[in-house]
Design a protein. Structure first.
Length: 329
């Protein structure tokens, strides 16, 4: 007997409000992601420091000091040496970045699905849904890149030679002024070559996997139905944890490249001294550090992205309910 075909869960109920316009969807998702980022920013700081640690140092080198040995030890070291300010460095930019990028990719996801014909029951539904995620993610990478660039540099500041913290900004405003003065408007899109694939594939993987796993959990027989029904916290938590693994794995190599491109030193003409672009950065990283270099910060990325995804969806559900109550009163 053939097993029943898994039907896609209605993403409109979990990711993009079906009956709301794009602007409303943008602000609901943007606000939810911004709130979640306040709770997960310290792990973003740790991830950035660990990805820049011993950059382009031979993986086999025994003489190199590893200040940050694991995510938990790194949290302790940064907290002890730099306090809460160090752990929450770049918080303002994190909120701004999440507001722009989450709002754009979530808000445009439904229109992108309609564009590629990703309708329930359509052939190649999951492939079409993934393509829609790539499109909305690519668009969001441009709206979020200026904030991501300044944040990455802020979070690498005061981190010592071990991570080559080259851009010492006292504040986000100073960072924006420095980029504008040095490179002009085009400077805000430095590293965009690494950001587009990182956000595109990360967003597509997250949205597609979340919808798939949510549908899978909802389709489980009793007693699972007592736990995974409608919009329960258990459903969001479980689907988000499963999604996080695939999302982080898909985007981490691109994330390493992006962070390094954003932080590399520049010559007098604004050209990078270490890398010519994302492909050159990826090749040098693999040549010097091996495959481990491409997945630096994976653990802390997962520890951050898992909770961030959960908090984002939980906050979003509450915001949607509040919005519905307000508009129907």
């Amino acid at each position: 007997m053939a097993s029943p075909r898994l039907q896609p869960a209605p993403l409109a109920a979990a990711v993009s409000p079906k009956d709301k316009d794009v602007l409303t969807s943008f602000f609901l998702a943007a606000t939810a992601a911004s709130c979640a980022s306040v709770l997960t920013n310290p792990l973003e700081v740790v991830k950035t420091r660990m990805q820049l640690q011993n950059e382009l140092v031979e993986a086999s080198s025994k003489a190199v000091e590893r200040v940050y040995k694991n995510p938990f030890q790194a949290l302790y070291v940064i907290g002890r040496q730099e306090g809460v300010r160090g752990l929450q460095s770049g918080l303002g930019m994190t909120i701004a970045y999440q507001f722009m990028i989450a709002g754009t990719r979530f808000g445009l996801h439904d229109p992108a699905k309609r564009l590629v014909g990703a309708e329930k029951g359509a052939d190649w539904y999951w492939t079409r849904t993934y393509v829609a995620g790539v499109l909305s993610g690519a668009a969001s990478s441009f709206t979020g890149n200026p904030f991501y660039l300044v944040r990455a540099r802020l979070q690498a500041s005061n981190s010592g030679a071990v991570t080559r913290g080259r851009h010492q900004y006292a504040s986000a405003l100073e960072g924006f002024k420095a980029v504008l003065a040095t490179d002009g408007l085009k400077g805000f899109f430095r590293g965009i070559g690494g950001a587009v694939p990182r956000v595109s594939f990360g967003s597509a993987t997250q949205l597609t996997c979340y919808e798939y796993f949510k549908g899978m959990l909802l389709s489980q027989p009793i007693p699972s139905t007592y736990v995974f029904h409608d919009q329960t916290v258990a459903l969001h938590l479980s689907a988000s944890i499963l999604t996080g693994f695939f999302c982080v794995t898909a985007m981490n190599p691109f994330d390493v490249v992006s962070v390094r491109l954003y932080n590399q030193p520049l010559d007098a003409t604004g050209k990078g001294l270490l890398y010519d672009g994302p492909i050159d950065c990826a090749q040098k990283t693999l040549a010097k550090e091996g495959i481990k270099g491409a997945f630096k910060g994976w653990t802390v990325q997962y520890l951050r992205l898992g909770p961030h995804t959960v908090f984002t969806f939980l906050f979003w559900e509450q915001l949607k309910q509040a919005y519905d109550r307000f508009t129907h009163d």
